[in-house]
Design a binder for this molecule. Structure first.
Ligand code: NAD
Length: 406
């Protein structure tokens, strides 16, 4: 039986996927409300195919609880934020989960850390937590790191089809864990050592962050001298070895806006390009705010309360708002002691910020300038509703005659 610890955006779909492919699974989360929701037969976030997967897993016998289980295999999928000051990974959730696993696990158990961690985290934090509990690693407890690559919005498909990495001290244990993931994963599964697995996951997200930062920097250069960044990128990408990403209003979520900082924190004198890239991306919400003020001036708009931000989530067509550019922009506006921007997101049903609307038409009616922060399908399908409005399109998706860009 597999005990999955942490039933959030990663742990829940992983647990459901394993259960619906014949693995006996019990999911554990210390959040009682979350466990009660799952036990009441409801999923805790929106994701294509998740409800169906949930129903299959329930039929197959998955259980949800707040208790850690006595079993031979654990998968730990708890948050790994970064320390805002040192930029290093904050391993406190992982350590706390490992300590709790150690209280119940029998000798011979395998503990798989799925959470994203910086290279050396397992050595520095996880091994001592296991040893403090009186276990000998490799004899009593086997350690494995199996980072996750799935993207919100396409999680179910990617769980089935992505290639995976498994890092283990012992090759045979790595192969056993590979067999477990092979119950559902149709991609290639590489078995390597723990340090390599830790590093590859962080490097993958860093690659994305640096490339996004390059596109964002181009947008700023082009804005400075009134060049069309989209046309320039389009032409450059016709070169056979060039593939520039699109600029945007910033990055959010729990991967690209977080993991590269781990390398900056651990290698401050070496990770220079990464450091600048993260700063470039983090500065984008402020850049958008400046564009808003520039456009307001140009159009003779004086009331910030007549400006609306479309989208609160960190990416399109999901309900995950963590670290989103819109939240960063609102925070920045408050720091400047300004407020009043209106906000709307079709995926956010609760009131989470001031001046939030829950109906697209009412939102658009209440503003003169609409800022497209997130490219949800909804707005692409309702472009005509923006006619007559000033639009700042941060994603270059709105085909109307008079649209501003970042
Ligand atoms: N969200 C993503 O897109 C994504 C993608 C790839 C990797 N990751 C990584 O996966 C890991 C988990 O991320 P997430 O997005 O699922 O986080 P999350 O915040 O959605 O879920 C974590 C869950 O763990 C629970 N939890 C925390 N500590 C616990 C403990 N000691 N015992 C029991 N439950 C505990 C929380 O209550 C929460 O429900 C992170 O390391 C993250 O970087 C996330």
């Amino acid at each position: 039986m597999v005990n999955v610890i942490g039933l959030g955006y990663i742990g829940l779909p992983t647990a459901l996927m394993m259960a619906s492919h014949g693995v006996e699974v019990i999911g554990t989360d210390y959040n009682k409300e979350l466990v009660a929701t799952l036990n009441a037969g409801r999923t805790t976030f929106k994701e294509e195919g998740l409800d169906e997967l949930f129903n299959n897993a329930v039929k197959a016998g998955i259980k949800f609880t707040t208790e850690y289980q006595v079993t031979d295999t654990y998968i730990v999928s708890v948050p790994t934020p970064y320390d805002k000051f040192s930029k290093k990974v904050d391993a406190c959730y992982v350590v706390s989960a490992i300590r709790d696993v150690m209280k119940v696990c029998p000798k011979g158990a395998t503990v798989v850390v799925e959470s994203t961690v910086s290279p050396g985290t397992i050595d520095r934090f996880v091994r001592p937590a296991v040893e403090d509990a009186g276990f000998v690693i490799g004899k009593d407890i086997n350690l494995v790191h199996a980072p996750e690559r799935i993207i919100p919005g396409n999680m179910v498909f990617e769980l089935l089809h992505n290639n995976r990495t498994i890092g283990a001290d012992d090759r045979n244990i790595g192969e056993k864990v590979k067999a477990l993931y092979s119950s559902f994963c149709q991609g290639e599964i590489v078995v390597t050592d723990i340090r390599t697995a830790e590093m590859t996951k962080v490097v993958e997200n860093t690659f994305r962050a640096v490339n996004i930062a390059f596109a964002n920097e181009l947008a700023k250069i082009c804005r400075h001298d009134n060049m069309d960044v989209y046309e320039i990128i389009r032409i450059c990408n016709m070169h056979p070895r060039v593939n520039i990403l699109q600029p945007g209003p910033g990055v959010g979520g729990h991967c690209i806006s977080v993991d590269p900082w781990f390398l900056v924190g651990d290698y401050p004198s070496l990770a220079k390009v990464i450091d600048e890239s993260m700063k470039t991306n983090d500065a984008m919400p402020d850049f958008v705010l400046n564009r808003i003020y520039e456009i307001m001036k140009e159009k003779g708009l004086s009331d910030i309360g007549r400006v609306g931000l479309y989208g609160l989530t960190y990416k399109e067509n999901v309900d995950d708002m963590r670290e989103s550019p819109t939240l960063q922009l609102l925070e920045s506006q408050q720091r400047h002691l300004a407020s009043g921007l209106k906000v709307y997101d079709p995926f956010i049903k609760k009131d989470v910020v001031a001046n939030q609307y829950h109906n697209l038409d009412e939102f658009i009616d209440s503003v003169d300038l609409v800022v497209i922060m997130v490219k949800h399908n909804e707005i692409k399908e309702n472009v005509e509703k923006l006619l007559g409005k000033v639009v700042l399109d941060c994603h270059n998706i709105i085909a109307l005659p008079e649209v501003y860009h970042i």
